[in-house]
Ligand binder design. Structure first.
Ligand SMILES: C[S@@+](CC[C@H](N)C(=O)[O-])C[C@H]1O[C@@H](n2cnc3c(N)ncnc32)[C@H](O)[C@@H]1O
Length: 268
């Protein structure tokens, strides 16, 4: 199907609003969001991408490319690179980051479930912290579209924000307050305050901040949703974040095992 004849599902009003909110966050992105590529973070995805053989004759797509931290690696490695984001300001930031290399990328300013003209086009698809649609029907549609956009033998790499890491952080915050001798009610109040619980909907694993609504994930849900979308082999790993000033009260927990997001590799 050509671009002009494809019939995408029109984005919902919420999706359109989320696109606008993400665009607004583009210029200050690094101040607000955890960067899984910054020094000190242990992220298995770049190494896994470098280990793919014969990438000069292969194609890759960065889904929800944001300000483009992964794109220099993809451009260096792959013969054909596409980048997609529904927030136009994010695409502009990605192009700025790449400079002259931006011309080597095919850009798509649209939602991630809208891949009908790209069926069986890619050897590799990557979604780093972008599978965050607050409505799980959008997540399922997107995973189905990604599966269809991969060639036979293709691989899908992803990182998703972890809700269980927020519970881990809460546990450490609570014990810190109890160890100071506070009673449980006050200790829980302070743990919730320092853990920024006001931004979370724990029952449905969502985070809401300055208009953005993001889905967070449990590890069992990653495997469940990927398999439901037709991926047969799913392997989970973690992106590890050091306890530092990028996390609320982070420096207090430097002696404990690090926090994390979930990463996955999914094959057809
Ligand atoms: C947390 S940022 C991550 C950006 C980038 N992958 C990175 O690692 O820095 C999420 C990105 O996904 C994009 N995004 C979220 N939902 C999307 C959707 N349904 N369709 C297309 N892009 C989406 C946002 O605009 C944003 O740029």
């Amino acid at each position: 199907m050509t671009r002009s004849t494809r019939m995408p599902n029109p984005p919902s009003e919420e999706t359109k609003a989320q696109g606008r909110y993400w665009s607004r966050h583009a210029s200050k992105y690094d101040e607000v969001f955890l960067d899984p590529f910054r020094p000190g973070v242990v992220n298995p995805i770049p190494e896994a991408i470098r280990a793919i053989p014969g990438t000069k004759t292969k194609s890759a797509i960065d889904l929800g490319c944001g300000t483009g931290p992964l794109l220099p690696l993809l451009v260096e490695q792959f013969g054909e690179v596409h980048a997609l984001d529904f927030a136009s300001a994010m695409i502009r930031c990605s192009k700025d980051r790449l400079g002259a290399d931006a011309d080597r990328v095919t850009w798509h300013n649209r939602t991630m479930d809208d891949l009908g003209d790209l069926v069986a086009q890619f050897d590799v698809a990557v979604a780093i912290n972008s599978l965050v649609m607050p409505d799980v029907r959008d997540v399922d549609r997107t995973l189905n579209a990604v599966r269809a956009a991969l060639k036979p033998g293709g691989v899908f790499f992803g990182v998703v924000p972890s809700i269980d890491a927020i519970h881990y952080h809460t546990m450490l915050l609570l014990d810190r307050e109890l160890d100071k001798g506070l009673d449980p009610v006050e200790a829980e109040r302070l743990a919730a305050h320092h853990g920024e619980h006001r931004y979370y909907e724990f029952g449905f694993s969502r985070f809401q901040f300055q208009g953005l609504r993001q889905k967070f994930w449990q590890p069992f849900e990653i495997e469940y949703r990927l398999k439901r979308a037709g991926f047969s082999r799913v392997v989970l790993d973690r992106v590890l974040y050091p306890w530092d000033d990028h996390l609320p009260s982070g420096e207090a927990f430097a002696d404990y095992p690090p926090s994390w997001d979930w990463s996955f590799t999914a094959r057809l």
